[in-house]
Design a protein around this ligand. Sequence first.
Ligand SMILES: [Zn+2]
Length: 59
Amino acid sequence: MNEVRSVFLRITCPKCRHPHVIFSKASIEVKCRKCNYLLSKSSGGKTKIRAPVQEVVWN
Ligand SMILES: [Zn+2]
């Protein structure tokens, strides 16, 4: 897997399809605002995105 740079990811919640824009290096857990699904999880300094990425938004 490639190293993720400092970008914003446009993702869609796989559970309720609510759109989100999250920072790729967020060191905190990101939950869906609508259904509370865990979208992003930090483990060992790496961010795991648990949703399909629709678009990568470069700074
Ligand atoms: Zn959701």
